[in-house]
Design a protein around this ligand. Structure first.
Ligand SMILES: [Zn+2]
Length: 80
């Protein structure tokens, strides 16, 4: 192994790669969700939970304009 590129450097490179990979996935996910919300707007179902059909609170939509589920359905989804 060449000088100045020890095992800890390798670990750093690998963790950097893992970080950018998960960031990229997160961006992809956000992008998909934004597009999904746009579709829901076009369908006229924007603001309604796609799971239970209840109205998503205006406050939630103010903070998360791309939300397509109510708080409880989203929480249930993220628990899985
Ligand atoms: Zn719901």
């Amino acid at each position: 192994m060449s000088k100045g590129f020890g095992e800890s450097d390798m670990a750093q490179v690998q963790s950097d790669r893992a970080t950018s990979e998960s960031v990229r996935r997160l961006i992809d996910e956000n992008q998909r969700q934004a597009e999904h919300a746009t579709t829901r707007r076009a369908e006229g179902t924007y603001g309604l939970c796609e799971d239970c059909g209840q109205t998503i609170s205006a406050e939630r939509l103010r903070f998360l304009p791309d939300a397509t589920r109510c708080v409880s359905c989203q929480a249930r989804l993220e628990q899985r």
